[in-house]
Write a protein that binds this ligand. Structure first.
Ligand code: MN
Length: 280
């Protein structure tokens, strides 16, 4: 059995661009969730109808992957590598920035025009040194492609022999867990993997430790394999697990590399247009 090491609230709350009101579940509270770098929970928040889609304009990334999971509302993405798409409830975008990408993340135009509730999460997944400068990629994963094992949607990795659709560079488990009051599920992962449970909302016990409210993070031990979750109320959780990447991390805003020299190179490359540009 894994043990719950600590439980944390969001370390910061802020607006990303003008469209994503986020509560940051790590690393602003000091949690190191290696191989995951960052987790922002956006919303739920009702947006009034708007003429122009809100969101984040053109910006770069290098050295990792951004994973966007939509719970409510519709978001649109497009990038300098030609990737792009619109995702709604249950859908996932898995964008591999790797050597460098420039993208924008906005509310989808029709959703923005109508207005409505937006609720989503964005996770940053580190890449091992050997893949930080790989070719960028984009995986559009629709809700229908995500297999369900009991109360768990397997986005990435494997649960009880069922594999999720996301292609990853290191062993990772990303599971969307929905429980009703009285519901129970057991997640088993490989020994030595890191694990954390992000509670978006609800009330559960995780291996006997109570976690409740909104935007909470339970960090589990690397030792052990089993995670038992029992819900006392309707609960929405994201399980994050994976093999730690034990390499140096140098990060600066949207760039996560291994050394400061590589960070300086990333800034130069972005400024010189070597990560590409968005078409107007
Ligand atoms: Mn971005």
């Amino acid at each position: 059995m894994k043990s719950v090491v600590s439980v944390h609230g969001a370390g910061s709350s802020h607006m990303v661009g003008d469209g994503f009101p986020v509560r940051n579940l790590f690393p602003s509270n000091g949690v190191d969730a290696n191989p995951f770098l960052m987790f922002d929970y956006a919303g739920p928040l009702e947006f009034a109808p708007a003429g122009e889609p809100r969101g984040v304009g053109e910006h770069p990334h290098r050295g990792f992957e951004t994973v966007t999971i939509v719970y409510e509302g519709v978001v649109a993405h497009r990038d300098s590598a030609g990737g792009g798409g619109v995702i709604g409830p249950g859908d996932v975008q898995w964008m591999t920035a790797a050597a460098g990408i420039v993208h924008e993340e906005k509310h989808e135009r029709e959703f923005a025009r109508r207005g409505g509730v937006l609720e989503m999460a964005q996770l940053w997944v580190n890449l091992p040194k050997t893949h930080k400068m790989s070719t960028p990629g984009y995986q559009a994963i629709t809700s229908a492609q995500i297999p369900v094992v009991g109360a768990v949607r397997v986005i990435a990795g494997e649960l009880d022999g069922v594999r999720g659709p996301a292609r990853t560079f290191t062993p990772i488990n990303v599971f969307d867990v929905r429980l009703t009051a009285g519901g129970r599920t057991v997640i088993t992962v490989p020994e030595g993997h890191s694990a954390a449970l992000a509670m978006l909302s609800g009330e559960v016990s995780v291996n006997g430790v109570a976690v409740s409210g909104e935007a909470q993070l339970a960090v589990l031990s690397r030792e052990g394999r089993r995670v038992e979750i029992e819900a006392q109320a309707q609960s929405k959780l994201l399980f994050l697990g994976g093999e730690p990447i034990d390499e140096p991390v140098a990060s600066y805003g949207p760039f996560v590399m291994n050394t400061q020299d590589e960070i300086r190179q990333a800034i130069d490359d972005y400024r010189a247009g070597r990560m590409g540009r968005l078409r107007p």
